[in-house]
Design a protein around this ligand. Structure first.
Ligand SMILES: Nc1nc2c(ncn2[C@@H]2O[C@H](COP(=O)(O)OP(=O)(O)O)[C@@H](O)[C@H]2O)c(=O)[nH]1
Ligand SMILES: [Mg+2]
Length: 200
């Protein structure tokens, strides 16, 4: 005889959810793994390789304290926002030399949250260029490291050459509440740009 379904079953009706893939992008050491780890409601997956001597020549560690590994693949997590909007978060390497991998990971994504470190603004140009080339809408989240310069938003927009409607917010990648606010800024931007019309 089949056993009765458990009254404690917590499965959600998948029809009631909207599933959206977004990227968490940014240069090496900016806090992608930290952010996804802080706010994922599933155990985050991440693949990280210890930096090799060869990689040391191209992965500039200056200004990145306590950082002796570099992500060569992806981080993956999931976060549900209000209204049963389920975000699948893919942390992506920011280096152009990983472009084929980046293209695979970014397929089907509706947008990107780009993390920026104001101590190393120039490191963000490459990843922002790749996202713009892919035609993905994005929001910028400045991960506020303690010793990072604090720019006026207009100055930062100018440095990063942002469109006027691109969201620019400060966040602390270690703080889930702050990370969620950053994701909400991205999702609001996607909705404004109708990128999610067909998904919702
Ligand atoms: N002080 C401070 N440290 C952070 C913050 N976010 C990340 N870190 C640290 O910065 C380093 C790089 O972060 P990580 O998430 O590995 O960067 P990723 O390469 O972009 O995945 C780690 O040692 C983190 O603990 C932050 O908001 N404030
Ligand atoms: Mg990482």
């Amino acid at each position: 005889m089949d056993s009765a379904p458990s009254v404690n079953a917590t499965y959600l009706d998948s029809a009631a959810q909207t599933l959206v893939k977004v990227l968490v992008a940014g240069p090496f050491g900016v806090g992608k793994t930290t952010l996804i780890g802080a706010l994922s409601e599933t155990t985050p997956l991440h693949t990280e390789e210890t930096m090799t001597q060869a990689g040391a020549a191209v992965d500039d560690l200056e200004g990145v304290r306590d950082k002796d590994t570099t992500t060569v693949a992806i981080d993956f997590g999931r976060r549900t926002l209000p209204h049963d909007l389920v975000l699948y978060l893919f942390g992506t390497p920011g280096q152009r030399r990983f472009k084929p991998l980046w293209e695979d990971i970014s397929r089907g994504a509706l947008g990107a949250l780009v993390l920026v470190d104001t101590r190393r603004l120039g490191d963000s140009f490459e990843v922002i260029d790749m996202i713009e080339e892919a035609g993905l809408p994005y929001a910028i989240a400045v991960n506020t490291f303690d010793d990072a310069p604090n720019y006026e938003p207009l100055v930062l927009r100018d440095h990063l050459d942002l469109a006027p409607d691109t969201p620019l917010i400060a966040c602390d990648a270690r703080d889930p509440r702050s990370g969620i606010d950053a994701l909400i800024a991205l999702v609001s931007h996607l909705l404004t740009n109708s990128a999610m019309d067909s998904a919702i």
